[in-house]
Write a protein that binds this ligand. Structure first.
Ligand code: MN
Length: 203
């Protein structure tokens, strides 16, 4: 498979059009929202392309990317969007609208499994083994070709995976529940940003 990987500095260029359904992922310096800044946003149109945007961490000026995240008529597919959307809201100062999420879809659709990692979903639905070797690597500086490939892998399969999960959700009558969970995702992110980390429904 021929992968088209493009690295952009600071923002998505004006002339890049990715269609109405875009896969999105982010890389941070770590998992603590306030401590660990957002470094990269990766986007894919689902046609073996990856646009990797290396943000300017001194000002996070990325008007095209922010417009895209905000745009209600463009769908964004995440895998565990909870972390990405919180980082996007905190660092890019924008809401992300019109969200799908393959991890939530997988948890509802694949109750036969307790592994909902992206690697596992790529294996199940595309029969591809991807390396997660660079999951924990320094995304703050210059990126190696291996890191770029890793970042691309996190977005190029999401369209296909979501399509397959959706079929199961429809078949098992769980699609409405999925849609309701997606509606709550923004609130879950707001709870995270307000430091309510635990499950507020638990006793
Ligand atoms: Mn990633």
């Amino acid at each position: 498979m021929n992968l088209d990987i493009k690295l952009h500095k600071n923002d998505l260029p004006d002339d890049v059009k990715l269609g109405n359904v875009i896969a999105v992922d982010g890389e941070f310096m770590g998992l603590d929202l306030r401590r660990d800044p957002l470094c990269l946003i990766q986007l894919s149109s689902g046609n073996n392309d990856a646009h990797i945007i290396q943000l300017d961490r001194t000002n996070y000026k990325a008007p095209n990317l922010i417009k895209l995240m905000k745009n209600e008529s463009i769908t964004k597919i995440f895998h565990y969007g909870r972390a990405d959307i919180a980082h996007i809201k905190y660092y890019l100062k924008t809401d992300t609208n019109n969200i799908l999420d393959t991890k939530i879809a997988s948890k509802l659709a694949r109750s036969y499994s307790d592994n909902h990692s992206l690697k596992n979903l790529i294996k199940e639905f595309l029969n591809v083994d991807i390396s997660k070797q660079f999951q924990n690597s320094d995304f703050g500086g210059n990126l190696t070709p291996a890191q770029l490939k890793y970042c691309a892998n996190d977005v190029i399969y999401l369209h296909k995976i979501h399509e397959e999960l959706k079929k199961i959700l429809v078949r098992e009558n769980r699609i409405e529940l999925y849609e309701k969970c997606l509606k709550f995702l923004k609130t879950r992110v707001e709870l995270d940003l307000a430091l309510f980390k635990d499950d507020i429904w638990s006793h």
